[in-house]
Design a protein around this ligand. Structure first.
Ligand code: GLN
Length: 547
């Protein structure tokens, strides 16, 4: 049975709970333990799949096809443990399960209440797979005191009470604001936050205090005394230059030791941190610099492309260079020349996206990269737009486009070289969708196998011809245009195992031009950069030496 670590936050939001959880997971692994990380989100959406990336950031997709919170991306990047659909839950999902059960009559006519029905559902969720790992780390979204979070806090309180003594601990993240006028770190908000937790029956074992300034011994003692935690369990979290320094930084501040102490694990196994020392060294000592443009629509909120940004950083680490990413709004050159906006970058990446807005700009970005021989990586919509560009400009299909945009506009304007996929094979089963399935969870989601053509550039990059990658899309490049496009140099170098769905295209006569229907960024890790990102950054570096 796993030991449980519940991670909560207080004082303000955005303190980096997800990062602290992920870093702690990595540190426990470094001491030889197996871990799994989970996120419990208090919002009422059933999953983040239909939430705007402007508001909620990227949707992280798991191998088993769940659309989850971007914190699961942090968890995977730090621990390498593939997240599952059962690692993320929202109030919306919990309530809808409870209400389904009520409609089915499962509760035998009882009055359905938050306690015990909702809390029991949360507790059952926490127990899933608990016998598979040494530690289960469960992060509660939001901050203590939020109305919507209450059922989760009550559930974890009950859960720790139900389990044998010593099986669960609570770690609480707070902020120590610095008052420049008095030159002091203030501990009062932390004290209040802990009081709030205590008032709902939870006594934290560990406090992680975010602070811009070093925490003086005197303040640490004060926090320990007033918040009823041991002094060594008051752990400082200072601002870091790179998130990948977090495991080492938390280790130096004693977080993993404090956790093991809280569980009474003695003697503590010694940690092997060599992986993180190497990662830190690569981040801190780059030997060059490349400039990459991400041409997208959600450029105002960088979190919308979180995993892509991180995967590029990993690609940089693999090549020992710093990747400077600049976000270029595709709409800027929907109607004008792309060149002035894209000259000067060593490579161009067009990420995934939904809807027509900005797509003419993305098509121009693909054209610019293809004709100017600038390395191009098109991801999902970025691949589809590269195909549209090739169809228009190489294969004489001047009105080529995606059915997605015709559907959106409610009229037919394009020759659909990218069409709405309604039937496909997943494993041994057929999946079917209707034309009007446009809500959450109706896409081709999760891991699918692909077969790469022997001798293709991608087969060389991956070092294999059999891969699996994560998908999240409704539309697909139409195989009917394969011959026409291949004759003009756009090769279909990766296909679904049944040969029906194009997974990868590449331009043969180009230093590096690849479009992928899937999301490789979701599987990249700092200690194991994704091959496509590793090689894309290498190509950017090579290009930087030419210009
Ligand atoms: N909108 C496109 C589709 O649904 C691309 C999706 C994506 O980029 N993730 O196929």
């Amino acid at each position: 049975m796993a030991r449980f670590i519940f991670i909560t936050g207080g004082v303000v939001s955005s303190l980096g709970k997800g990062l602290a959880s992920a870093a702690l997971g990595a540190l426990l692994q470094a001491r030889g333990y197996s871990v799994r990380l989970r996120k419990l989100d208090p919002y009422l959406n059933v999953d983040p799949g239909t939430m705007s990336p402007f508001e909620h950031g990227e949707v992280f997709v798991t191998d088993d096809g769940a659309e989850t919170d971007l914190d699961l991306g942090h968890y995977e990047r730090f621990t390498g443990v593939a997240a599952r659909s059962t690692d993320s839950v929202s109030s919306g999902r919990i309530y809808s399960t409870v209400l389904e059960k009520e409609r089915r009559g499962d509760y035998l006519g009882k009055t359905i209440q938050v306690v015990p029905h909702v809390t029991n559902e949360i507790k059952d969720f926490l127990d899933i797979g608990a016998d598979e790992v040494d530690f289960m780390l469960c992060e509660i979204g939001g901050t203590v005191g939020d109305i919507e979070g209450l059922p989760f806090f009550e559930a974890i309180r009950q859960f720790s009470h139900d389990k044998p003594r010593g099986q669960c601990i609570f770690m609480h993240l707070t902020l120590l604001p610095y008052l420049a006028a008095s030159g002091e770190l203030k501990t009062k908000p932390t004290q209040h936050s802990v009081k709030e937790l205590q008032s709902i029956g939870i006594a934290p074992d560990i406090l992680v205090c975010r602070s811009e300034q070093p925490i003086p011994e005197k303040e640490r003692e004060k926090i320990a005394l007033f918040c009823n935690v041991r002094k060594e369990a008051v752990v400082a979290a200072y601002d870091l230059k790179s998130i990948y320094e977090a495991p080492l930084a938390y280790h130096e501040q004693g977080l993993d030791q404090a956790v093991l102490d809280a569980f009474d694990i003695s003697p503590a196994p010694r940690p092997d941190l060599s992986v993180w020392e190497d990662v830190k060294d690569r981040v801190e000592h780059p030997e060059g610099d490349v400039k990459i443009a991400i041409v997208g629509k959600y450029v105002q909120l960088e979190d919308a492309y979180k995993s892509i940004k991180e995967a590029l950083t990993h690609g940089g680490m693999a090549n020992r260079v710093k990747v400077s990413v600049e976000w270029v709004d595709a709409e800027l050159f929907d109607r004008e020349d792309a060149a002035p906006h894209l000259e000067g970058y060593h490579a161009i990446l067009v990420p995934g996206g939904f809807g027509e807005r900005g797509t003419e700009g993305k098509i121009k970005a693909a054209e610019f990269a293809r004709t100017r021989k600038v390395p191009y990586l098109g991801i999902c919509l970025g691949m589809q737009m590269a195909v549209v560009e090739a169809a228009r400009n190489l294969a004489d299909l001047g009105d080529a486009g995606s059915e997605e945009f015709d559907h959106e506009a409610g009229k037919k304007r394009f020759t659909p070289v990218v069409y709405h996929l309604k039937e496909w094979v997943q494993g041994n089963a057929k999946v079917k969708r209707k034309a009007d399935d446009d809500k959450g969870g109706t896409m081709r989601l999760g891991a699918y196998d692909a077969v790469l053509s022997a001798g293709s550039r991608v087969a060389e990059i991956y070092g294999t011809t059999a891969i699996d990658e994560r998908h999240r899309h409704r539309y697909e490049v139409d195989l009917d245009y394969r011959e026409q496009l291949e004759a003009k140099g756009l090769k279909f170098s990766g296909m679904s195992p049944d040969g029906k769905l194009p997974e990868i295209v590449e331009v043969s006569d180009h230093p590096w031009f690849i479009g992928v229907q899937f999301h490789p960024e979701l599987k990249s890790k700092p200690f194991a950069p994704h091959p496509l990102f590793r090689d894309f950054v290498r190509a950017a570096l090579e290009n930087s030496r030419l210009v």
